[in-house]
Design a protein around this ligand. Structure first.
Ligand code: G6Q
Length: 553
């Protein structure tokens, strides 16, 4: 696990940033804009149909140069080349990190252990497309000869959040008479509610699990299997109503799934980076292979952009650097993702996993405890809902919360309908979108409040300090390709930050301990005889409480 990296705090680039921060930290965005009529143009970059206006951030040209120097000192260019060329950069698991291969539409060879992996990638994409067409067209029949009307994806974490987010995002592109649902939680409520109104002989389950051992997924899959067989009676029905997405062929077969209907992926695809693999099967079934490939094209375009654009024009790098600026110099604890598009309602939750599982680490690549902050808390909700909920704190609270505002000029809803029949929703939505970043940046001074005739005792309550940083990401419309671009944009932002912080972004050891302890506690909850409990006094008492009520259940 050798690394030549010095602690980040020892780098001259870091120290220069610290010095620069002391100079700029109290400068107001009002002054930065007033002093430079070209500021918006200076800090706007457009690539692949995505415009990033980052002028409402507390930065100057020098800030960006110093941050870029930090990334340079951290070897971002080499790190990026290592990822794209298939080096085993996930060193704690000794794996390559090649989600970019899944959407490598140029089809250039990408080698892992001396073998080009692109033929395998294309083979599975072809298998997914054929299967999707068969189900969508009704050629694929269930056990009683009926076509499939409902798809239920069973998976959790990386095997759920991507497909569910993208399904919601691309609803206008879905085959509307096909019901598509997602079950993840081990709480039986989830599978119960997802299946209660479905007909077993018209339902197809996709069991999505890289390992095919995850407790939640296997428990839900077993319940789904029982539900299906209690109606269809014969074991052979499983092969018509269950398919699997996994790397574990033996376990898939043991479950009763025909190996023909297993969609493979590989250990070089991390769970939270797996949407473009067979993990996206439920999405492909919903939107069709053609739109799925459009999405991959979008991902690929942003991958190329990240790989080739210079830092000052590189959207992911810019977002990454801004995040470091607030996280490490302004000590911002969190970062809000605020999409002004209801179809992106699950996008913040998706990025929460992508970012927090990747960069929520506290040792560097040599295993030393870091003395600098790493990944922020990622959170958010779609606008305008958030405005009526938590924006108060962003505007007037004591915490600095940098935010990304994501919006589109054209609505994705009501496509094909004449504009007149769609009302003025989109203009109102975007008026709010633009107003919020303006209000956050410039605020309202005490003088401006007083000038409105507000009683003096109310003035302090109505003052908006402003100087709250935002980045605006705008595009024409949310399409499959645009969704791919947006996701890749953030994936590479996360990568950029992981390199700067010198942490391993592609493992997730932090999820293990809880799993292990749950395995120990489960028999203590279910044992008939009173078990001898050897936990702390708090856990022991809580276990006893559960057992007391369970006896009465
Ligand atoms: C993601 C994580 C994690 C994983 C789930 C599901 O990067 O690895 O969220 O995706 O734990 O794992 P399986 O796909 O193996 O069931």
């Amino acid at each position: 696990m050798e690394s030549k990296q010095q602690p980040i705090t020892a780098l001259p680039a870091w120290q220069a940033l610290g010095k620069h921060f002391r100079k700029i930290k109290n400068v107001h965005l009002r002054d930065l804009f007033a002093d430079d009529p070209e500021r918006a143009a200076r800090f706007t970059v457009e690539a692949e149909g995505l415009r990033l206006d980052y002028s409402k951030n507390r930065i100057s040209g020098d800030t960006m140069k110093l941050l870029a120097a930090l990334a340079d000192a951290r070897g971002l260019v080499q790190a990026r080349a290592d990822m794209f060329s298939g080096k085993a950069i996930n060193r704690t698991e000794n794996r390559a990190v090649l989600h970019i291969a899944l959407r490598n539409r140029a089809n250039t060879p990408i080698m892992v252990n001396g073998c080009d992996i692109m033929p395998d990638v294309n083979r599975v994409l072809g298998q997914m497309a054929r299967f999707s067409e068969a189900v969508r067209s009704g050629v694929w029949k269930g056990f009683t000869g009926k076509p499939i009307r409902a798809i239920v994806n069973i998976g959790i974490g990386g095997s759920d959040l991507g497909p569910v987010m993208a399904y919601e995002a691309l609803k206008p592109y879905t085959q509307r008479d096909l019901i598509v649902r997602f079950v993840s939680n081990i709480d039986a409520t989830h599978i119960w509610e997802a299946t209660r109104d479905l007909a077993p002989d018209e339902t197809l389950f996709i069991v999505t699990s890289k390992t095919f051992t995850t407790q939640e997924t296997m428990t839900n899959a077993q319940t789904a299997r029982d539900w299906c067989l209690s109606a269809l009676k014969q074991e052979t029905a499983v092969a018509r109503h269950f398919v699997a997405v996994s790397t574990n062929a033996a376990a898939v077969q043991a479950f009763g799934i025909d190996p023909e209907n297993m969609f493979e992926f590989w250990d070089w695809v991390g769970g939270r980076y797996s949407l473009c693999s067979a993990v996206g099967l439920a999405l492909m079934l919903a939107i069709g292979p053609h739109h799925f490939l459009d999405m991959l094209e979008g991902f690929h375009a942003m991958d190329r952009h990240f790989l080739t654009a210079p830092p000052e024009r590189n959207l992911s790098v810019i977002l990454g650097l801004l995040g470091v600026w607030y996280n490490n110099f302004f000590n911002a604890q969190s970062h809000a993702i605020l999409p002004y598009d209801q179809y992106l309602s699950r996008f913040p939750a998706y990025l929460q996993q992508a970012d927090m599982e990747s960069n929520g680490k506290s040792v560097d690549r040599q295993g030393r405890r870091v003395t600098w902050q790493t990944g922020p808390v990622i959170w958010g909700e779609p606008g305008t809902n958030g405005q009526h909920a938590f924006y108060q704190l962003i505007h007037q609270g004591t915490k600095l919360i940098p935010a990304d505002f994501i919006g589109f000029c054209k609505a994705a809803n009501g496509m094909g309908l004449p504009r007149a029949s769609r009302g003025d929703h989109q203009a109102k939505l975007m008026a709010n979108f633009l107003a919020q970043t303006e209000a956050l940046a410039f605020g309202r001074t005490a003088d401006e409040v007083a000038a409105q005739g507000i009683p003096p005792e109310l003035v302090p309550h109505k003052v908006f300090a402003g100087n709250r940083p935002t980045s605006t990401i705008m595009a024409e419309q949310l399409t499959p390709a645009m969704l791919g671009k947006l996701i890749a944009l953030y994936e590479h932002k996360i990568f950029t930050q992981g390199v700067i912080w010198d942490i391993f972004s592609f493992d997730q050891w932090g999820v293990q301990l809880g799993k292990e302890l749950a395995g120990r506690i489960l028999p203590e909850l279910t044992a008939v005889a009173e078990p001898e409990l050897k936990h702390d006094s708090s856990t022991n008492a809580l276990i006893r409480m559960f057992r007391r009520y369970r006896c009465q259940d």
